[in-house]
Ligand binder design. Structure first.
Ligand code: ADP
Ligand code: ZN
Ligand code: ZN
Length: 729
């Protein structure tokens, strides 16, 4: 039997599709794209492998229509990584491959930017070209092209008809060449700070690892000079004529970081983020693939950027939850960055002031891979943390007296203050004090959030909106917004500090890039001196004049049902605290809570993130949670909770049976309705799998998934597999 080509095609089916080679076959390499017949359509497929076996009968086998690429779109290691990821996350290979490609390439756009030239053909050069003197157009073309040199297509726009004439007679030919941008040597002309000895050690460890696989944790408090270490390490990578891939949580939020890279290295960079147009994304991808872009910076999906000469991968703020895709192909870009580095045989640096417990535990097993920057760079000193006991201090609309006093003091000293509340909108509840009614979302088991300025109620889970009203639909008494969101805090601050100028940063006040830039400009110029915001404000920014940071409500996270709740809370507190006192002025951090004795807060205050992490890791070890075990969550969504539960029960039976034969180390919890059972009108349930050994878990899952797919309900119920979930609820 002749060779069989196995293709990945962008469909939700967990399988590959087999084809015969195109007629007049040229060389075939895994990673090449081709147009293939698929039902009645023609679609783009990516060649995964070639052998001579297929389950499809030879008579039914169809032929590849057209090869798109002459060389693979992915480097070999990247293609292997994608195949591995599809298996590890139990996600259809076609969708995995598609998510790694810019849309333009998924649609068949050429992999390389090309230039088209025209020149005389062999025949044209050797035969005298017969042209009548009346054919002026042909004469004109010949006067240009007759010099036997190639001429750019766009310069011959006026000669189309004549060109076609000569082409038909075989006298000219079309030549395609790849556009090549000169690669530029890095040039650093700004004076650089002298590295501290800790920075020097960290840099040395990274540089010593270049050319080999190693996972390094750069654990440095906010403002300790991690970025400076990245920049120096990247410089070394560039000297080796290799590329550096830098992953960041959100580029739109950190324009300062990209700018620092631009200022330091005046050379071509590819910046990949969700705000790009399809063409911009394609161009950035091409620049990375050809090696023209020496530095590639991007968010989550940039981990799949094909590179010509990878030398180093950096994952900044590695603890950030945005690295985990929460729908469809639920991969972790941080984890895949590690696997990718391993395949390329290059180091990966995970940087954070608040590393995830997974990463900390990994570094503890290999102490040489833990690079610490315990001190702030330059003259900045660490901030002082204090708790404000809300049981003893009355709060006025969410602001306690000590907080109000502190704001006054810091503003009077000419400094800026920052207030963090992880809840946007005006108030989380619209409540009737008369009968106890509160405004529910019709599609979710949740309440609607009040957005006063826009005069609406909005559900933050499904996006449902309705106009705000004043009287209770149940008893007609007057309703009241209860609790605080950032919008209300802004209003309160305005009333309390009429001389202050407020910048609010959350998803309602900042809906596009321009608004964020404007707000950051107001903050950096000092025009705004009170900063209020959600996570958006707490991430990565450098505000040298902020001397007071306030965490308005620490209690939301203290009693989370999710085992990761406390980790997230500790990270937010430390990250927000890190915004205070980054310049030459000492910072103060106030945390409002009704539970000042809570061990998490006490540990953070006494021993910082380290003390928190020590305790949290031993708790996880005792309770058998990751990183000491592996989890997989199977979710089902459908029209009734009962149906969602039923398919998961069937899945559980299959898993139970497979785990009996494979290994006994698998634990199953559930199925149970999801804590928010109804969301956006669908009912949700989940089944949790836990195992001490990743390999055992993977084996059982692989076998079970094939059987679950065959369940009659599997096609009617939306179900999904989340390997290493970061949110259980
Ligand atoms: P991080 O990434 O850990 O938050 P940065 O690299 O952004 O820290 O450094 C914080 C600030 O300190 C920046 O303004 C940076 O230019 C400065 N900085 C970094 N390293 C040094 C150093 N060795 N000496 C003086 N200033 C430094
Ligand atoms: Zn009422
Ligand atoms: Zn809703």
């Amino acid at each position: 039997m002749s060779s069989i080509l196995h293709f990945a095609i962008d469909t939700p089916l967990r399988r590959v599709f087999d084809y015969l080679p195109p007629s007049g076959a040229s060389e075939l390499h895994p990673g090449q794209r081709a147009w293939v017949p698929f039902g009645k359509r023609r679609v783009v497929g990516v060649l995964l492998s070639v052998d001579n076996h297929s389950d499809v009968p030879a008579s039914k086998m169809r032929r590849v229509a057209d090869l798109i690429d002459t060389s693979p779109v992915f480097d070999t290691e990247l293609l292997k990584l994608l195949v591995w990821a599809a298996e590890y996350y139990h996600h259809p290979i076609g969708e995995v491959i598609a998510s790694a490609l810019p849309i333009a390439l998924r649609d068949g756009a050429p992999q390389f930017a090309t230039e088209i030239h025209w020149r005389l053909s062999e025949q044209g050069r050797h035969e005298p070209i017969q042209v009548s003197s009346r054919a002026t157009k042909l004469q004109a073309l010949l006067s240009i092209i007759g010099d036997e040199q190639p001429h750019r297509d766009d310069r011959l726009i006026d000669h189309r008809v004549a060109l076609r004439n000569l082409l038909k007679r075989g006298l000219v030919e079309r030549v395609e060449t790849r556009t090549v941008i000169e690669s530029v040597a890095p040039r650093i002309d700004t004076p650089l700070p002298v590295l501290s000895s800790d920075q020097q050690c960290a840099l040395q460890a990274i540089v010593d690892s270049l050319g080999t696989f190693r996972t390094l944790l750069l654990y440095g408090v906010t403002g300790s000079g991690k970025t400076e270490v990245y920049l120096r390490a990247i410089d070394q990578v560039l000297q080796r004529d290799e590329q550096a891939l830098i992953l960041v949580p959100e580029i739109a939020l950190t324009p300062q970081l990209v700018e620092r890279f631009h200022i330091r290295f005046k050379l071509p960079m590819a910046v990949l983020h969700s705000g790009l147009s399809n063409t911009e994304r394609l161009n950035a991808w091409r620049a990375a693939r050809t090696g023209n872009a020496r530095i590639v910076i991007g968010t989550r999906s940039a981990v799949f950027t094909a590179l010509a000469k990878p030398g180093l991968i950096i994952v900044d703020e590695e603890h950030d939850s945005s690295y985990k895709q929460q729908e469809g192909f639920r991969y972790s870009a941080r984890d895949l960055a590690i696997v990718r580095a391993q395949r390329h045989g290059i180091p990966v640096v995970l940087g954070s002031a608040t590393p995830s417990l997974e990463t900390l535990q990994r570094a503890r097993r290999n102490p040489a891979d833990l690079l610490r920057l315990p001190q702030r760079a330059g003259i900045a000193v660490p901030p002082i943390l204090k708790l404000v006991d809300l049981r003893h201090h009355a709060a006025n609309q969410g602001l306690s007296t000590p907080v109000m006093q502190a704001i006054r003091v810091h503003l009077d000293a000419g400094n800026q203050v920052l207030l963090y509340l992880n809840r946007r909108g005006y108030a989380p509840v619209l409540f009737c004090p008369q009968c106890g009614w509160s405004a529910p979302c019709m599609s979710c088991d949740a309440r609607m959030t009040v957005h006063m300025r826009q005069g609406k109620l909005q559900c933050h889970h499904c996006g449902n909106e309705q106009a705000l009203f004043t009287h209770c639909p149940s008893c007609n008494a007057e309703v009241k917004p209860v609790g605080q969101g950032t919008e209300r805090i802004e209003e309160t601050l305005q009333a309390l500090f009429p001389d202050g100028s407020i910048a609010r940063i959350d998803r309602d006040s900042i809906s596009h890039k321009g608004e964020l830039h404007a707000a950051l400009d107001r903050i950096n110029s000092g025009e705004a001196n009170i900063l209020v915001g959600t996570q958006m404000l707490a991430k990565g920014h450098h505000f040298p004049n902020v001397t007071l940071a306030v965490i308005l409500n620490a209690d939301q996270g203290l009693f989370s049902a999710d085992f990761r709740g406390s980790e997230k809370l500790a990270q937010s507190i430390v990250q927000v605290a890190g915004r205070a006192g980054r310049g030459d002025r000492a910072g103060e951090v106030l945390i409002q809570t009704e539970y000042p004795d809570h061990p998490l807060l006490q540990r953070l205050l006494a021993g910082g993130y380290d003390a928190f992490a020590d305790a949290a890791l031993s708790e996880r070890e005792t309770a058998l949670w990751p990183p000491f075990t592996r989890l997989v969550l199977i979710r089902a969504e459908t029209d009734t909770t009962q149906r969602a539960i039923e398919i998961l029960q069937a899945a559980r039976r299959i898993l139970h049976k497979t785990s009996q034969t494979a290994s006994r180390k698998l634990q199953l919890f559930g199925p149970a309705p999801a804590p928010m059972t109804r969301r956006a009108g669908v009912h949700r349930a989940q089944l949790l799998l836990r195992a001490t050994h990743a390999a055992a878990l993977q084996r059982v899952l692989s076998q079970a998934v094939t059987q679950i797919e065959l369940l009659p309900d599997a096609k009617r119920v939306r179900w999904s597999i989340d390997v290493d979930p970061i949110e259980l609820f």
